[in-house]
Design a binder for this molecule. Structure first.
Ligand code: IPM
Ligand code: MG
Length: 357
């Protein structure tokens, strides 16, 4: 296969972890006979510094003309002083919208080797944990009307939560499709006891459910879901929810695994196109020090190989290699525990490369 990838290293630790992921992809290419062609583009703070804009037009164009996008992370202290619409994070939102990436797939997997990192009681995670949050990514309060107005209580600011039937339908279909490939259990999370937009959400999800008679659908309110996730996380398999609830629940789910530095994500549009990125952020405090864990980005390439290119063997090879070095006791500082062997970003890449077969 000839594969055209857009690389968006971004800020902080983004460039270092993307560098390691590219080495892994090249090795996969050699072994399985694929050719990866990369175009590196700017977004976030790096783009602000170079061009004055967080998401230059060229970046969008290159991403659109590629088969998939691999992103590191954006943001950092340096740009925190900028007004909301000029911040590096806007680049992420812009990419999601411009590329039509409405389905955000965020797996939360507790790696057996890292069970000690889980902050929950052992009995709650007996036998591991493997759930996935399917988050709507281009609608809701993130993209609704926003602004300011004068009220009796002084200046007010508002952000509108709004969902159209078709927006809910397509994310529900994506979630049911994923459920069909897993344990056929889907939990839709909303706030239908209060919000009109949630009542529409729940109605549309129930309509879509009729096409998936094998999947057991449960509806849960967001407050209860946040609580259930720490009370009994193993009751969940696939969770589907709105943009903002998904933002919150996916962070909570990743914390339960105890190793946010390990978790990949995929943002998909209609068709096979996708943007792949680690769940962790730009971690400016450790940037450039060879301390970052590149595994989440490397595992993001595995998701890319599987979801966009249908290369399941190649994806499994990457996943196996990551697990192998964990099993051998190699740990970056974020997942270090006593008796393990400390490694840096580059050495982690070196070790994973050796395991790729
Ligand atoms: C995420 C992040 C982003 C979001 C921010 C950086 C805009 O928190 O991807 O979860 O809220 O979607
Ligand atoms: Mg978030």
């Amino acid at each position: 296969m000839n594969i055209k990838l857009a690389l968006v290293p971004g800020d902080g630790i983004g460039p270092e972890v993307v560098t390691q992921a590219v080495r892994i992809l090249d090795k996969i290419g050699q072994i399985y006979n694929h050719h990866f062609e990369y175009t590196t583009v700017l977004a976030g703070g790096a783009a602000i510094d170079a061009t004055g804009e967080c998401l230059p037009k060229e970046t969008i164009a290159v991403c659109k003309s590629s088969d998939a996008v691999l992103l590191g992370a954006v943001g950092g202290w340096k740009w925190d002083v900028l007004p909301g619409d000029k911040r590096p994070e806007r680049a992420l939102l812009g990419l999601r919208k411009e590329l039509g990436l409405f389905a955000n797939i965020r797996p939360a997997i507790l790696f057996e080797e890292l069970e000690d990192a889980c902050p929950l009681k052992k009995e709650l995670i007996e036998g591991g944990l493997d759930l996935v949050v399917v988050r709507e990514l281009t609608g809701g309060i993130y993209f609704g009307e926003k602004g300011f107005k004068q009220t009796e209580m002084g200046l007010a600011a508002y952000d509108v939560e709004q969902y159209a039937e078709e927006e809910v339908r397509r994310i529900a279909v994506a979630a049911f499709d994923i459920s069909m490939k897993r344990s056929k259990k889907l939990c839709s999370v909303d706030k239908a006891n209060v919000l009109e937009s949630s009542r529409l959400w729940r109605r549309v999800v129930s309509e879509v459910a009729k096409n998936y008679p094998e999947v057991t659908l449960e509806n849960m309110y967001i407050d209860n879901a946040a609580m259930q996730l720490v009370r009994n996380p193993k009751q969940f398999d696939v969770i589907v929810t709105s943009n903002i609830f998904g933002d919150i629940l996916s962070d909570e789910a990743s914390m339960i695994t105890g190793s946010i530095g390990m978790l990949p994500s995929a943002s998909l549009s209609q068709g096979n196109f996708g943007m792949y990125e680690p769940i962790h952020g730009s971690a400016p405090d450790i940037a450039g020090q060879d301390k970052a864990n590149p595994m989440a980005t490397i595992l993001s390439t595995a998701m890319m190989l599987k979801y966009t290119f249908g290369l399941v063997n190649e994806a499994e090879s990457v996943e196996r290699a990551v697990k192998a070095i964990l099993a051998k006791g190699y740990r970056t500082p974020d997942i270090m525990s006593s008796g393990m062997k400390p490694v840096g970003t580059k050495e982690t890449g070196d070790l994973i490369l050796i395991e790729i077969t």
